[in-house]
Design a protein around this ligand. Structure first.
Ligand SMILES: Cc1ncc(C[n+]2csc(CCOP(=O)(O)OP(=O)(O)O)c2C)c(N)n1
Ligand code: SF4
Ligand SMILES: [Mg+2]
Length: 363
C-alpha cells in the first residue's frame, strides 16, 4: 500500500558555522555599486571567508577611506563596528582603534587612490609599525569616484576610457609592503574567488598588518582595451604562483598532496596555508625572492597572484606598547584619569625640564 500522506516540506534550516551563525548573519546593506564591479566580488569573498572562519561580527571593526572601494564595508558584516575615514587617512584611524581596543579584529578596505596616492605615507607607517589590520586594496588603477583619472598604481602605457595615456611608473603596493617589512603580502584578482577566499582567511589569522592587493576591474571606467586592470587583461596575464588551501586551527588537516610539491605556512593561531606549486617552487618566506619575482614579472608583463610573502612570527605593534587588556572605553574614570597631583607634577616637569628623561620633550 502506498503512503498517501504528503511529506512535510517546510523551509530547510540554513547551515550554521562553528559559532552558530548563518551566512546571512555576515551580510551588510545592499550594494549601491555598479553591477559587475570587482569591488562587489571582493565583498562577497569577505562575507564567505568571515562566515567559513566563524569570525564574531561584534569583535570586528571595518575601516575605510573614500572611494567606491571605501564604500564597501557598508555591504558586509552589518553587525560589526565601522568607521569611514577621510580620504587616505584610514591607517591613522585603524591605529587609534587598535590602541583603544586591541581585542577587535580590524578589516580595512581602501582603493588604489586612497592607498597609493593620497594615503601613501599613512599606508607606509601602518605597515612599518605592523599594526594588525587586514588591509585590502581594491585596485582598479583609477580614481573612480572622481570619474576615472589614473591612480598611482596604473601601469605605464595604460589608457583611460577617454584615451589619455599614463607615462608614469606605477607604485607596486605589494613590493612596497614587502620592502617595509610587512609579514603577510598577497595579490589576487576579484574574479578568482577560489584564490581570494583562502588568502582572506589566512589574513584574518595573521597577527600584524596583512596586505592584500586585489585587482578589481571598474566596469564603468577601466574595463576597456588599454586598461591593465580590466577583466580581459587580468585573465590573460594572471600568473598564479600556487593553488591555495587553507585549514583553520579547529579542523583536522586532511590535505592530500605529493611530497615536495606543497609548501606549508603556519599562521600564529595554528591554522595552516598549503601552497601547491604551479609553475615553479616558490618560497614565500624569502623576502629577496619575493621582490625579485615581482620585479621580473613586471618586466614580462605578468600579474603574479597568490601569497607573495609571509613572515607570520613578526611582533605586532601593540606588543611594544604595554597595553591593558580591557578596551579603554570600559575602564573606570579612576583608572584612566591620573590624580590631580600627578598632572601637576607633569606640568612642573614640562615647565622646568627637571626630572625629564633624555630625549623627551619637543623642540
Ligand atoms: C582630501 C580629498 N581629496 C580628494 C578627494 C576626492 N576623491 C574622492 S575619492 C577619490 C579617489 C578614489 O580612488 P580610489 O581610492 O582608487 O577608489 P575607487 O573609487 O577607484 O574605488 C578622490 C581623489 C577627497 N574626497 N578628499
Ligand atoms: S564606477 Fe567603477 S569602481 Fe565605482 S562602482 Fe562602478 S564599476 Fe565599481
Ligand atoms: Mg581605484
Amino acid at each position: 500500500m502506498s503512503d498517501a500522506t504528503p511529506k512535510a516540506t517546510g523551509p530547510v534550516a540554513p547551515a550554521r558555522n562553528r559559532i552558530g551563525l548563518t551566512r546571512a548573519d555576515y551580510d551588510g546593506a545592499k550594494s549601491t555599486l555598479c553591477p559587475g564591479c570587482g569591488h562587489n566580488a571582493i565583498t562577497a569573498a569577505i562575507i564567505q571567508a568571515a562566515y567559513e572562519t566563524g569570525l564574531k561580527p561584534s569583535e570586528v571593526a571595518k575601516l575605510s577611506g573614500i572611494g567606491c572601494s571605501s564604500k564597501t564595508p557598508a555591504y558586509f558584516l552589518g553587525e560589526s563596528h565601522g568607521f569611514n575615514a577621510v580620504h587616505g587617512r584610514m591607517p591613522s584611524i585603524a591605529t587609534g582603534v587598535r590602541v583603544a581596543n586591541h581585542k577587535l579584529m580590524l578589516i580595512g578596505v581602501s582603493g588604489d587612490g586612497d592607498t597609493a596616492s593620497i594615503g601613501l605615507g599613512q599606508f607606509c607607517h601602518l605597515v612599518r609599525r605592523n599594526v594588525p589590520v587586514v588591509y585590502i586594496i581594491e585596485n582598479n588603477g583609477v580614481y573612480r569616484l572622481t570619474k576615472g583619472q589614473f591612480s598611482a598604481t596604473a601601469d605605464v602605457g595604460s589608457t583611460t576610457k577617454g584615451g589619455s595615456i599614463n607615462d608614469l611608473m606605477p607604485i607596486d603596493c605589494c613590493a612596497l609592503a614587502i620592502e617595509l617589512g610587512c609579514g603577510f603580502v598577497a595579490r589576487s584578482f576579484s574574479g578568482d574567488q577560489k584564490q581570494l577566499r583562502p588568502l582572506l582567511k589566512a589574513a584574518f589569522a595573521h597577527r600584524g598588518t596583512a596586505v592584500l592587493d586585489v585587482i578589481s576591474p571598474c566596469v564603468t571606467f577601466a574595463d576597456h582595451e588599454g586598461s591593465s586592470k580590466s577583466y580581459a587583461y587580468v585573465k590573460e596575464h594572471d600568473a598564479p604562483l600556487h593553488d591555495i588551501e587553507y585549514v583553520p586551527y579547529y579542523e583536522d588537516i586532511t590535505v592530500d598532496y605529493e611530497p615536495g610539491t606543497t609548501r606549508e605556512v603556519e599562521m600564529p593561531d595554528g591554522s595552516h596555508l598549503f601552497l601547491k606549486k604551479l609553475a615553479e617552487d616558490y618560497d614565500p618566506t624569502s623576502r629577496e625572492r619575493a621582490l625579485s619575482v615581482l620585479h621580473a614579472s613586471r618586466a614580462e608583463q605578468k600579474l603574479l597572484t597568490g601569497l607573495l610573502y609571509a613572515q607570520p612570527s613578526l611582533k605586532p605593534f601593540e606588543d611594544e606598547l604595554n597595553l591593558v587588556d580591557e578596551a579603554l572605553a570600559t575602564l573606570p574614570q579612576e583608572t584612566v584619569r591620573p590624580p590631580k597631583g600627578v598632572l601637576e607634577a607633569v606640568m612642573e616637569q614640562l615647565k622646568t625640564g627637571k626630572g625629564m628623561t633624555a630625549g623627551a620633550g619637543g623642540g
